[in-house]
Design a protein. Structure first.
Length: 218
């Protein structure tokens, strides 16, 4: 499965009349947040494939971005689905979505580290059952914020969640795809390994090929 991962920046290579020429073989789009809904709608419509998204700290919050366009309570619209604290399965790939950033000014989609930990604990029974019956609880974790200590920053706003680091150690998903941290230096790392997991910063866009293994992408 070829997956187009997006986050934080409207990428002119994607938002283009040549989008089908460049990305016509994409099977799924994942958005890690802080992108205009019109942009996501354009991508989903032009590529005619499912688009799953989580909301970032600059999105309206509480699923309101999805509700503004949605046709049902899940936030499904134009092939798009809000994956905040939900599971999905596409093309045999299981995905868990976790929205938001660290709590820093009380705005939408912000959580304390404890608050995010409690939300993950609420999902733990389902994750354990998935690991028991399917061998792996989830293949891809899609988040807005990074895990603590990997791709994050020192300031509170861009600090990663320690709950995400624990989730990586506990579940060992094949991929952990996040956004939130803007990349301005071409030499700055955007793909790293943490145990069995490949952690990807999807800022702008990133191509993930599940057939190529966890390191697959350009």
């Amino acid at each position: 499965m070829r997956i187009l991962c997006l986050s934080d920046q409207v990428d002119p290579l994607v938002y283009s009349t040549r989008i089908r020429e460049r990305f016509g073989e994409i099977d799924l789009v994942l958005s890690a947040g802080d992108l205009p809904f019109e942009y996501l709608g354009y991508v989903a419509t032009m590529l005619a494939c499912p688009l799953l998204y989580v909301e970032g700290n600059h999105d309206p919050g509480q699923g309101s971005m999805g509700r503004a366009w949605s046709r049902d309570a899940l936030g499904t619209s134009f092939g798009m689905r809000n994956l905040g604290f939900r599971f999905a399965r596409e093309g045999g790939i299981s995905i868990l979505g976790l929205p938001g950033s660290m709590l820093y000014n009380g705005g939408p989609n912000q959580y304390s580290d404890l608050g995010m930990t409690l939300r993950l604990l609420a999902l733990a029974p389902r994750l354990l059952l998935r690991r028991l019956f399917r061998g792996r609880a989830v293949d891809i974790v899609l988040t807005h914020a990074p895990p603590r200590g990997l791709h994050d920053r020192a300031d509170l706003c861009h600090r990663g969640f320690s709950a995400f680091s624990a989730l990586i150690r506990w579940l060992g998903p094949a991929w952990f795809v996040h956004g939130h941290v803007h990349l301005y230096d071409a030499e700055e790392s955007r793909v790293d390994r943490s145990g069995r997991t490949t952690v990807v910063n999807a800022y702008g866009h990133w191509l993930l090929d599940t057939e190529a293994g966890p390191e697959g992408g350009t």
